[in-house]
Design a protein around this ligand. Sequence first.
Ligand code: ADP
Length: 636
Amino acid sequence: MLETKQFKTESKRLLDLMINSIYTNKEIFLRELISNASDAIDKYHYLSLNDEKLEKRDDYKINIEVDKTKRTISIEDNGIGMTKEELDNNLGTIASSGSLEFLNKLKEENNKENQDSINIIGQFGVGFYSAFMVAKEVIVETRSPYSDTGYRFTSKGEDTYSIEEINKENVGTKITLYLRDNEDEENYDEFLETYRIKGLVKKYSDYVRYPIQMLVTKQVQDKDDSSKTHEETSLETLNSMIPLWKKNKSEVTDEELNRFYKEKFHEYDDPLVSLFNHVEGMISYDSMLFIPKKAPLDLYSEDYERGLQLYSKGVFIMDKCKELIPDYLRFVKGLVDSSDLSLNISREMLQQSRQLKKISVSIEKKVLNELNSLKDNDFDKYSTFFDEFGVNLKYGIYSSYGAKKDELQDLLLYHTIKEDKYQTLREYVAKMQEGQKDIYFASVASKEFALNMPQMEMLKKKNYDVLILTNPIDELTIQMMGTYDTHKFVSIQGDLDLEDEQEKKDTEQKQEENKDLLQAIKDSLKDEVDEVKLSSRLAESPVCLVAGGDISFEMERTMNAMTKGTVPYKAKRILEINPNHELFKALEKVYSENKDDLEEYSSILLDQALLLENMPLKDPLSFSKKITDLMIKASK
Ligand code: ADP
């Protein structure tokens, strides 16, 4: 008896979506059907453990069959099958509310942007209905161990489907797809090709636990005459079944891990670090994580897609799942397999993303723990890592507005003027001099440059070490950190407070005595500087330019580059003059005997200070002319 029925409304909508989708990933239909088959076998196995009626089996398998003349592809399993009622409920209706939610979400997104929304189909399975992306007719022949007879479900994906009784000997399900006719843009014949099916199984279903088999015909050399070949057909298992990450940790050698990494991620080099974990708890997952030796060239480009591969019970779901790893760990490669995530959308999408978030938090911890122990146990290797990826850790602090400070600050390494190798902040603090409260830093192009800066002179005398910051993000990061333990970060290019009480008094007094001269210099430099004062930090150099207030020169440069000058950042400029230098006496002399020349002197003084700071001169031509004039004058 043939019964014809209407699909339930929601199912109908999903069906429409599948049939009319411009969706490019039509190929996932095979993954979906294989996953259903594998689930059905799981169910059979599970039930057979307790139910005497079910025969115990050990021949579970999934069979793929292709008929090129009929243009059919079928997937057969010896799983639990379906009763008539189940057929009706499972395939005629979207049983779960999760699917409904998926549809609603899709509709919502559709209103926004057509193309992208469809792509989430690929990430979260839509199960059986995806068959209609490639098939014009689908036939399901099935028999449940709880039913005396088999049933055939037939649908052309229009409004209706029909169910009839059939003779079916074996328990299980066979789904046959009649491929759609080829169109101008779409060629469905590709799904009849052995290489294509093999490729799809490898890509999506390689780690399904049961053998996925197919008859494969090959050209084989004749035994007697090797110049001749003949066809041989044999049953091949297309999947490797056991994912490396499901093995016991102790069974997997480093060698195997390295090989896996290179194959999976198309790398030439072994990874610098590999991390293999089975996590049980609030959420369970297996993960394999790798830190490459070298950063890919596009790591910092906007187009770079971070993310880990996501599997659910050995079934590949998506390639770059960015929800699994925070942005600042974008260099980590790897995969996560969680049985707590459903491949199908029968669970709520929202819940999925909450679970992904939990996994991400746990993975972040794992990676940071590993980095910490690498730093403690193999500092050289850690330094290599830091050279390549350290900037990401700084970015982690900066981009979280300091929220990640506690986790990341001890992973940072710095070059300093006193040490030859990288220093942690902890090491810096441990080696601080008596009386030193702050952590000093210089934002400069190189250590050599830093060593010759006039601002460094007094610090060198006091034997204070100074962090060398060469990357624009360094200062932003330090600003976000504010302090390390109780120690402030202080720029040596800013307003420094290095004097003791007595020294301070002396400077103030000198400052007062030379008030008029300093004011005259300031007046002649107009807006070029905000303040001119006597310096206590200079030993040998006559002059230096420092930044007062919160914005340093480096920040001024960085922020202006970042905002493209729309919000001009300007550091407060202070010209500091060394009162103990010969040149200061010259200035005093010029001021008292030859006031007219002071303007020229002041201007040269400032330009010198700018040059020492590696900052551009306002008017290099005039600077050069003034020097020339001075030299001529001096020779007369
Ligand atoms: P989902 O797998 O998300 O529930 P599907 O549309 O893929 O959604 O399938 C609906 C239901 O149909 C499944 O939950 C299962 O009960 C049943 N089903 C699908 N394929 C098979 C199969 N090969 N064997 C037994 N039951 C199946």
